[in-house]
Write a protein that binds this ligand. Structure first.
Ligand code: UT7
Length: 328
């Protein structure tokens, strides 16, 4: 049974850049506060006429090219997002249509917030190992600016938009591919990071919109503590599973929510920041898109070679968390 292997990556960031200085004009904040407390300097914001499927389609083309795959080679589409174009049809179906993928292949979205890409990779691996499919188009993509409360300084400085795609295929060599993984959830903590309205519990209405209930609500301090603990534990779990010491990890690609979370996780995991993808200054927190965008940046900067141990690690709403060790 061949394991899943990442054959190609691609990313797309919308053209519009919103800097901390722009935010100073919108809410009571400062570049100094945002930089010191989060590490973020700027984030990308989707154009009014862009939806998540548009971002994925733009990220998918370079990923297919890197993988040497044609649209007809894709056997399944998995889109990890909490900001789909519509509740239904799924964004995956819209991407299938937009990219001209084969009619009839399975296409579905998964909702695991910032952990979406790690969850999606584990699902893709299971499908590939069982022989159900060969080639999966896996994307993490978000337009968080559409569910951000632009009058709340506690949250509006944090998030950004973007998409990252991985073409996941059977490993060409038994020593390469997804060698260890873990995925977890704890729904009892879900209220700490939530979009309260817009679903079947509290459908969108004039009242919910006026109260800002269709936007992201977060207890930042609580989430912070859980994120550091969960990401460190997940990293340790997969390194133990793979029997790889931290020194052997060539590149660490953690979810980017706050530079202080990254520093604390790196310290606990004993992986130096020099071997870690740090993109938070440029992209902010892009939820499920963060890891595939970070992976694509690293691949295109020549930071990953065949056979390297690459550690992915995420934490997000749900709560959900998980990690994956990939031999490139
Ligand atoms: O991706 C999913 C996971 N998400 C995360 O992991 C996010 C985790 N949380 C965090 O990254 C941090 O908790 C935040 C960046 C959200 C907040 O940082 P903090 O150091 O925990 O700040 P705080 O919430 O304790 O607020 C400290 C002060 C408060 O003022 P007072 O009450 O001490 O007077 C806030 O009102 O900073 C104030 N503050 C701001 N000041 C200027 C909060 N946001 C801002 C702001 N500009 N944008």
């Amino acid at each position: 049974m061949a394991r899943a292997w990442i054959a190609g990556t691609g990313a797309y960031l919308p053209a519009k850049v919103l800097t901390n200085f722009d935010l100073e004009k919108m809410v009571d904040t400062s570049d100094e506060w945002i930089t010191q407390r989060t590490g973020i300097k700027e984030r990308h914001i989707a154009a009014e006429d862009e939806a998540v499927s548009d971002l994925v389609i733009k990220a998918a083309r370079p990923a297919l090219e890197m993988a040497g795959a044609a649209p007809q080679d894709i056997d399944a589409v998995i889109i990890c997002t909490i900001t789909p174009d519509n509740s239904f049809p799924s964004t995956a179906c819209l991407v299938q249509k937009g990219l001209g993928l084969r009619p009839g292949i399975p296409a579905f979205d998964i909702s695991a917030a910032c952990s979406g890409f790690v969850y999606g990779l584990i699902i893709a691996d299971s499908l590939i190992r069982t022989g159900a499919v060969k080639c999966v188009l896996l994307a993490g993509a978000e337009i968080l600016s559409r569910i951000t409360n632009w009058t709340d300084r506690n949250t509006c400085v944090l998030f950004g938009d973007g998409a990252g795609v991985a073409i996941v295929a059977p490993s060409p060599d038994p020593s390469r591919g997804l060698v260890a993984s873990c995925w977890h959830a704890d729904g009892s903590l879900g209220d700490l990071l939530i979009q309260p309205a817009g679903g079947s519990r509290l459908p969108a209405s004039a009242e919910t919109v006026a109260a800002g209930l269709h936007t992201i609500h977060m207890s930042g301090n609580e989430v912070f503590k859980h994120a550091v603990r969960a990401m460190s534990q997940a990293a340790e779990t997969v390194l133990n599973q793979a029997r790889i010491p931290p020194e052997e990890v060539k590149l660490f690609v953690p979810h980017q929510a706050n530079i202080r979370i990254l520093e604390a996780t790196c310290q606990r995991t004993r992986i130096p920041l020099e071997r870690t993808v740090l993109a938070i200054d440029r992209i902010g927190n892009t939820s499920a898109a963060t890891i595939p965008i970070g992976l694509d940046m690293a691949v295109r900067e020549g930071r990953i070679s065949a056979g390297d141990a690459v550690l992915l690690d995420a934490f997000g709403g749900g709560f959900t968390w998980g990690a994956a060790l990939v031999r490139w």
